[in-house]
Design a protein around this ligand. Structure first.
Ligand SMILES: Cc1ncc(COP(=O)(O)O)c(C=O)c1O
Length: 324
C-alpha cells in the first residue's frame, strides 16, 4: 500500500509535500470523502456543474446539507470564467472550488490552468475530480494549484475497480483535523492519519484489487504516461477522422476535447439498443449518452486497446450504417 500510495503521488506531485490516501470504494466514494471532509461548516463550496459528474458533486453536498453554490455551465462549451469570477466576488464565504477535469459525460476537458489561477487569486482551495483524466492528461498539482485530486483504480491507470484515492498536500490534510467529521468511513483525515500510523487502510482493504493496482502501476511506468496518452489520442483520432469523413457529428469541439471518450449524435432512424446489441455480439461495447437534451451514444478509447482495435470498430460501424 505504501508503494501504491507513493507511486500514484509521483505521477502528479512531489512525495515530500503530497501524499495519496487510499479508500476501498469506487470513484464516487472519494468524491464524497473530499466534499464532506474538507469544507468547514461555516464555509461554502463552489461547484462547477457542466455534466453528470459535476451534478453528482452537488448531490453529495446536498445530501450532507452543506453550503454550496452550483455554477451551471454548458456541457459542451468551455466554462465562462468571467461569470465564474463574478460569482466568487459576490460571495465572500466561498472557501473551495470544485470541478471535474474530463467530464466523462461528454469528453469536455475543463482547463485546470485557468481554474487553478482563479482559485489562487481568490484564495480558494481547489478540488479536482480527475477520475477519467489522471494518468493520461498531464497534471501538475503544484503548478496548477490543485489541493485535492481524485481518481480511481479502474480508468487510465488500467487496474481493477474497487479503490478510490485522494492525492493531496500533506499540510492541508493535517489541518482537516479541525473539521468535525460529517461521516465515519469516508473521513479523509482519519484515513490519512491511520495510514501514517499503521501503513494500512483504516478498514479491511480490497487486497486483490490492490495487487492488481500494483501491477497496473508497474505497467504504467513501463509504457510511460506520455506514451499512454499518445496511444489513446491515436485511437481517438482514428475514430474522429472516420466520423468527420462520414458526416457524423459529435458533441464537443476538438479544441476542448479530452480525446478519451466521445459523445456521438445517433443518426436518424437508428435505435441505440439495436446498435448496442449488434456491436456487443461482435465484442464491442458502446455506452449510452448522458446528456438528456442530446440523442447521443459514447465510445471510450481507454484501456489496453489501440488504434487497430478502433479500426476494427469503425469498419463494423460502417457496415452497420450501410445496412440501415
Ligand atoms: C469524472 C468522474 N467522476 C466520478 C465518477 C464516478 O466513479 P465511480 O462510478 O467509480 O463511482 C466517474 C465515473 O465514470 C467519472 O467519470
Amino acid at each position: 500500500m505504501e508503494y501504491i500510495s507513493a507511486e500514484l503521488t509521483k505521477i502528479v506531485a512531489n512525495t515530500k509535500k503530497y501524499t495519496t490516501v487510499l479508500f476501498g470504494g469506487s470513484g464516487t466514494a472519494v468524491v464524497e470523502s473530499v466534499i464532506s471532509s474538507v469544507v468547514p461548516y461555516n464555509k461554502t463550496v463552489l461547484i462547477v456543474n457542466n455534466g453528470a459528474y459535476g451534478k453528482r458533486m452537488c448531490q453529495i453536498a446536498d445530501a450532507y446539507d452543506m453550503n454550496y453554490i452550483e455554477f451551471k455551465s454548458s456541457p459542451i462549451k468551455p466554462i465562462n470564467l468571467k461569470k465564474l469570477k463574478k460569482v466568487i466576488k459576490e460571495n465572500n464565504n466561498i472557501s473551495h472550488l470544485a470541478v471535474i477535469h474530463n467530464e466523462t459525460t461528454t469528453g469536455l476537458l475543463n482547463n485546470l490552468d485557468d481554474l487553478g489561477q482563479i482559485a489562487k487569486k481568490y484564495n480558494l482551495k481547489f478540488i479536482v475530480d480527475a477520475m477519467s483524466s489522471y494518468v493520461a492528461i498531464p497534471i501538475d498539482m503544484k503548478k496548477q494549484n490543485i489541493h485535492y485530486l481524485l481518481a480511481s483504480s479502474n480508468k487510465n491507470i488500467q487496474g481493477m475497480a474497487g479503490i478510490g484515492f485522494v492525492i493531496a498536500n500533506k499540510k492541508y490534510l493535517k489541518k482537516l483535523e479541525d473539521i468535525k467529521p460529517r461521516n465515519f468511513y469516508l473521513d479523509l483525515f482519519a484515513q490519512y492519519e491511520s495510514f501514517i500510523k499503521s501503513h494500512q487502510m483504516r478498514f479491511t482493504p480490497p487486497v486483490q484489487t490492490l495487487y492488481a493496482l500494483k501491477q497496473a502501476i508497474i505497467e504504467t511506468k513501463k509504457e510511460g504516461v506520455k506514451n499512454r496518452y499518445k496511444r489513446y489520442s491515436k485511437s481517438w483520432k482514428t475514430l474522429t477522422n472516420f466520423l468527420k469523413k462520414n458526416n457524423l457529428k459529435y458533441l464537443v469541439d476538438d479544441r476542448y476535447h479530452s480525446k478519451i471518450i466521445t459523445s456521438i449524435f445517433i443518426p436518424n432512424g437508428i435505435d441505440f439498443n439495436n446498435m448496442h446489441d449488434y456491436f456487443y455480439k461482435k465484442d464491442f461495447t458502446i455506452y449510452p449518452g448522458k446528456v438528456e437534451k442530446f440523442n447521443t451514444f459514447r465510445i471510450a478509447n481507454i484501456g489496453q486497446i489501440d488504434y487497430k482495435d478502433m479500426k476494427k470498430f469503425i469498419k463494423l460501424f460502417k457496415k452497420y450504417l450501410d445496412q440501415i
